[in-house]
Ligand binder design. Structure first.
Ligand SMILES: [Zn+2]
Length: 330
């Protein structure tokens, strides 16, 4: 049993169907798991692949991409848009980060294998069937149940100046106010969907649009307007107002010092807000335990608070904050 896609990704017009993959369930039963796939195409133009729901506890992207798939008139576009609003359907059904069937994190499963466990097969088909056709890609994330991000785009800096400029240009086209710079190993990038984009020569960005297992007006607004702006920016739809690219504040999250970890188990009291500018060494939180004085939590670098832990209960080593170092250029 192989992966199948029941629409013709190379045909014109609007098509909605399923990507289907065999999965071995924990009880030994083999079943096909399906997830919706939409393709809108007309005339000459670039191919853009849009994905959300790689992690099942992240909700802004799935909402925005399903809306886009329903609302976009294929007669208005030049090129092709392939949309998967809930890539990892079993994780989205369960509202959890990793795939319940095999316990694997799809964003650590690339390039995947055609004969691997379900999540590995899913990674393989995304890379070889979808990104192999794509010129551009955007993948929507957020902090899930445990983190909350300042809504922002991100991309992997490769060191190839021309390629990196094209990724930055895509982020400018999307229009978030902040863009995080990742490296080849930041947050497991080497086995992530971003690595698949790089291998397939796709100019791609990702985004972190909120978190805490909730949906906020600000995050939804950025997802919706960003998608419209991106399509206009690439010439797939007529340019959208405001059509001027927005120059994002670039923040480097590659150094280890950007990550503030819990140094003991306890209850986390945050003292700063997302988007705050803080100095290296600043008191940014406290970890409380009933049997001792609270442990101060200090920033290891100066910069912008890009993410904060959503939950009070914390274990040793949990991320409490991600601080991004502002940089003037790539
Ligand atoms: Zn995610």
């Amino acid at each position: 049993m192989h992966a199948t896609i029941d629409i013709d990704l190379d045909a014109a017009g609007r098509q909605s169907g399923s990507l289907s993959l065999p999965a071995l369930l924990p009880d030994g039963e083999e079943r096909r798991i399906t997830t919706p796939i939409h393709c809108l195409a007309q005339g000459e133009g670039p191919t853009l692949v849009l994905t959300a729901g790689v992690h099942g506890d992240e909700y802004e992207g799935p909402i925005a991409l399903a809306e886009l798939a329903r609302g976009l008139d294929p007669g208005s576009i030049r090129g092709r848009i392939i949309i998967l609003p809930r890539v990892n359907a079993p994780a989205c059904d369960a509202g959890v980060r990793s795939t319940p069937i095999d316990g694997l994190n799809l964003n650590r499963a690339f390039p995947g294998r055609a004969d691997g466990p379900f999540t590995s097969r899913l990674a393989h088909v995304i890379e070889t069937e979808l990104y192999a056709r794509a010129d551009y890609a955007a993948d929507f994330h957020c902090g899930g149940a445990i983190l909350h991000f300042l809504p922002s785009t991100l991309f992997v800096v490769t060191g190839d100046e021309q390629e990196d400029r094209r990724r930055l240009d895509l982020a400018r086209g999307f229009g978030a106010r902040h863009c995080m710079l990742f490296g080849a190993k930041t947050m497991g990038v080497e086995v992530s969907i971003d690595a698949a984009m790089l291998r397939q020569d796709v100019i791609g960005i990702s985004g972190e649009f909120g978190g805490s297992a909730e949906v906020t007006p600000a995050a939804m607004d950025l997802c919706r307007t960003g998608l419209k702006r991106l399509l206009g920016h690439l010439g797939i739809t007529p340019p959208q107002a405001p059509s001027e690219p927005i120059e994002p504040q670039l923040v480097d999250v590659r150094p280890d010092e950007c990550y503030v970890l819990a140094e003991m188990e306890g209850l986390f009291e945050p003292l700063v807000q997302l988007g705050d500018d803080i100095a290296a060494g600043a008191l940014v939180g406290r970890l409380h335990r009933h049997d001792r004085e609270p442990l101060p939590v200090r920033a290891r670098t100066g910069g912008v608070v890009m993410a904060r832990r959503s939950l009070a209960r914390s274990a040793t080593g949990d991320w409490l904050y991600i601080i991004g170092r502002p940089v003037a250029s790539l």
